[in-house]
Ligand binder design. Structure first.
Ligand SMILES: Nc1ncnc2c1ncn2[C@@H]1O[C@H](COP(=O)(O)OP(=O)(O)OP(=O)(O)O)[C@@H](O)[C@H]1O
Length: 267
């Protein structure tokens, strides 16, 4: 079987259709036993935007990201990515999707047994097993530079601060030049300086690499800073979406109450 070439990695394979939306969640239903998480959730993600999903604890923000990359499946509904239906695919069917959609997990999820360079190389080897050692090393070095950590290949994850771990996790997420990056609570547990750095990186990668990003966060200041649009999950649906200004100005009492409480907490 021929291996995919490394050259057209940049958003390789994505259609260049005029459609503005890259991802569409439509009519999603999901329950875990008696616990109903979504009942008719709809959300569009536009090509090139950074959209942040906000909402109370346990409302299903992370589950949404996991449904998108096939770690969980909705019970009903449709998820279309770049014109292709994702719901109903098996593991093999999600392989090309995971080449285009990368996730920065909470806690970065680095392999402690591997050094930093090997961690970043991991998805590249997985998707491009025939890559040469030189090209692999160059690619790893470049991604580490992009997240502001040049030359740390030989360090162990256990020697890194929380902020550095997140940045290495981000270098690993962008290692195969995904079209979409999913951020699950990217600033949780970070001090204000590292929080700012991660926010700046989310913006920079969106602009420099032209990625579409979905961010899930409790951190309203981060949400306001990085988002083109925000969407609020409440009562098993997306009840409001718009620019940060539009959301803050929403007349919906649920949105006002949530944003008021979250803004107050951060003050
Ligand atoms: N694999 C699973 N099996 C059973 N229940 C799950 C599973 N994954 C998530 N849940 C439940 O689904 C609900 C939504 O989870 P999710 O992690 O998406 O919440 P969240 O909105 O991201 O919350 P938080 O802001 O606290 O991280 C929670 O009640 C959670 O316990």
């Amino acid at each position: 079987m021929s291996q995919p070439s490394l050259q057209p990695l940049s958003h390789g394979g994505l259609r260049t259709g005029a459609a503005e939306e890259l991802i569409a969640f439509r009519g999603l239903y999901k329950a875990f036993g008696p616990k109903r998480i979504y009942e008719g959730l709809d959300l569009d993600v536009r090509r090139g935007e950074t959209i942040t999903v906000i909402g109370g604890s346990g409302t299903g923000k992370s589950v949404l990201l996991k449904c998108l990359i096939g770690l969980l499946s909705p019970d009903e509904g449709s998820i279309v990515f770049d014109g292709e239906e994702l719901v109903g695919r098996d593991e093999d069917g999600f392989l090309p999707v995971r080449r285009q959609i990368a996730m920065l997990f909470q806690g970065a999820a680095l392999f402690d047994s591997l050094d930093v360079g090997e961690n970043v190389a991991y998805p590249i080897r997985e998707h491009f097993p025939r890559i040469g050692a030189g090209e692999l090393a160059d690619r790893v070095a470049h991604k580490l530079e992009l997240v502001g950590l040049p030359g740390v290949e030989k360090m162990r994850p256990s020697d890194l601060s929380g902020g550095m771990k997140k940045r290495v996790g981000l270098a690993r997420a962008i290692a195969i030049d995904p079209a979409v990056v999913l951020y699950d609570e990217p600033t949780t547990g970070l001090d204000p300086i590292n929080t700012r750095r991660i926010n700046e990186l989310i913006i920079e990668l969106n602009e420099k690499l032209d990625v579409t990003s979905i961010v899930v966060t409790h951190d309203m200041q981060s949400a306001y800073m990085v988002s083109h649009r925000m969407a609020m999950l409440f009562d098993r649906r997306i009840i409001a979406k718009g620019t940060p200004e539009e959301l803050r100005g929403s007349a919906l009492p649920e949105v006002q109450t949530f944003i008021g409480a979250m803004d107050g907490k951060e003050r």
